[in-house]
Design a protein around this ligand. Structure first.
Ligand code: HEM
Length: 462
């Protein structure tokens, strides 16, 4: 085991402001209002202090698990005893179709087997040129903003879409790629808030306002993807297709049967990769830049590391502190604030009974700030994730990407992407938060983002 690295003095640490845990449970209507507006405001003090909490709620019995051994049991040892819950499927499936994120049972197994090689270490590494190219373009854009305000959240969303476009569809995008980006963002915003009709299991034929609003954006998005698939198949037929995610998806074969994915599954997975992969990574970067702007020592250290890496492309292995900043930002602001499962049969989590059909949650938002698991949980301390210190973090105490068979398939892709992009930003500019900025507080809307955005002033470094 490598040597441990001293953590910064507690007095110098930055502690971001977040909604405080509740002392008393909310009534039904207050709970529903809070769950729709910002679900992270519904967690109680006890959730951050106890290993397991089971309670009755508007959604029936919910058990929140924050004990690493029990999480391991839930997500791995007894993963077959649970499935994604109805609420999640009702929210995800209308937008994402039957892609990997929302599929279940045999369909999920088949897709996972078929898609796994596309996200293996070697293939992902092959995308680092595209990530560096998108990062360099972002760097040039930021340098031009010297002395001016930058909408950091918007820029990070733009650059992660740029990466997806460069890795999924290396050619053949519609004439206005920003239109695709805007449609995706509108679509995700409209389906974002949890609909009370879904909470109460009202049948799908009853229209949901969010879904109706999302329809035009969804339709535009689907039409573009259809056209791209058709054009790409033609190129593959001529042996002229680029080796990007779209070609890999169309060529993917189930290692057991040799069968490929249906067109519908290819389309659902493209939509899934874009939806699951762009806001999550964009928000990690946004929070990382916010935390750095408030922590001069960490900012100086990341700048020194990036500068020492020299000009040109970045390689993740040479940026351990930059990576630690991303990982710590994802601890404090996990892009997926909770995972939920539904028990297929009666079970037990330690001494707590889990009745069949009830909801069990693991909430990175709670787990990553849990008093039993972290020292000074509210503080931004990237050093926790440096090699040497990292070994002290229990495997199931830090789960930004989930765990077990349904662990994020894009995990290495997004870590590599976030580290490379952050390095390009740090090489180009230093950000300063203006004093009159509205409070920076996290809003849980599918992912976790700053409620009033993040506008900072750029100071050119490059
Ligand atoms: C910071 C970035 C990301 C975070 C924090 C994240 C987080 C997660 C989490 C927590 C899950 C598990 C959900 C559960 O168990 O209920 C998941 C699943 C998934 N993620 Fe990610 N993700 C990120 C980036 C990406 C990217 C870049 C892609 C694709 C290009 C992606 C595609 C998926 C897919 C397809 C699944 C479903 C896997 C399955 O069920 O087999 N994610 N992600």
């Amino acid at each position: 085991m490598s040597a441990t690295i001293d953590l910064p003095e507690p007095a110098t640490r930055f502690r971001p402001t977040v909604p405080p845990p509740l002392k008393e449970p909310l009534g039904l209507f207050e709970f529903l209002r809070a769950a729709r507006k910002n679900p992270i405001t519904t967690w109680m003090d006890a959730h951050f202090k106890l290993p397991v909490v089971a309670a009755e709620s508007a959604m029936g019995r919910i058990t929140l698990v924050s004990d690493p051994a029990l999480i391991r049991y839930l997500l791995i040892e007894n993963a077959d005893g649970y499935r994604k819950d109805d609420l999640q499927r009702r929210v995800l499936a209308p937008g994402l179709g039957n892609g990997l994120l929302s599929a279940e049972g045999d369909e999920w197994r088949l897709q996972r087997r078929t898609l796994a090689p596309i996200f293996n270490a070697r293939t992902v590494q092959g995308f680092s040129d595209a990530m560096n190219a998108a990062g360099a373009r972002l760097g040039r854009r930021l340098v031009r903003r010297d002395g001016k305000p930058v909408d950091v959240a918007l820029e990070m969303t733009r650059v992660t879409l740029d990466v997806l476009e460069r890795t999924i569809f290396t050619q053949g995008l519609p004439s206005d790629p920003d239109a695709l980006g805007r449609a995706i963002t509108r679509f995700l915003e409209a389906v974002g808030p949890i609909d009370p009709l879904d909470v109460f299991g009202v049948p799908d034929f009853v229209p949901r306002i969010g879904r109706l609003r999302a329809r035009p954006a969804g339709r535009f998005f689907a039409e573009v993807v259809d056209a791209l698939i058709a054009r790409r198949k033609a190129l593959m037929g001529q042996g002229e297709a680029p080796r990007d995610l779209l070609t890999l998806l169309l060529a993917a074969q189930d290692p057991e049967t040799g069968n490929g994915l249906s067109d519908l599954a290819v389309k659902a997975n493209i939509v899934t990769f874009i939806a699951a992969g762009h806001e999550t990574t964009a928000n990690s970067l946004t929070w990382a830049l916010y935390c750095l702007s408030q922590d001069p020592a960490a900012q100086a250290r990341v700048e020194a590391e990036v500068d020492a890496a020299g000009p040109g492309d970045f390689a993740v292995e040479r940026l351990p502190f930059t990576r630690a900043v991303i990982e710590e930002a994802m601890r404090l602001f996990p892009p997926v604030p909770f995972l939920s499962r539904q028990a297929i049969r009666d079970d037990r989590l330690g001494r707590i009974k889990v009745p069949r059909g009830s909801l069990v949650m693991v909430a990175p938002w709670v787990l990553h700030r849990h008093h039993l698991l972290w020292e000074d949980p509210e503080a931004f301390v990237p050093e926790r994730f440096l090699p040497g210190n990292r070994d002290a973090i229990p495997r199931f105490a830090y789960l930004p990407f989930g765990a077990g068979p349904r662990v994020c398939i894009g995990q290495s892709f997004s870590i590599q992407e976030a580290v490379i992009l952050l390095a390009h930003v740090v090489r180009a500019v230093r950000f300063r938060l203006p004093e009159d900025h509205p409070p920076i507080t996290p809003l849980h809307r599918v992912t976790l983002r700053p409620e009033h955005g993040l506008r900072m002033e750029a100071e050119r470094r490059a």
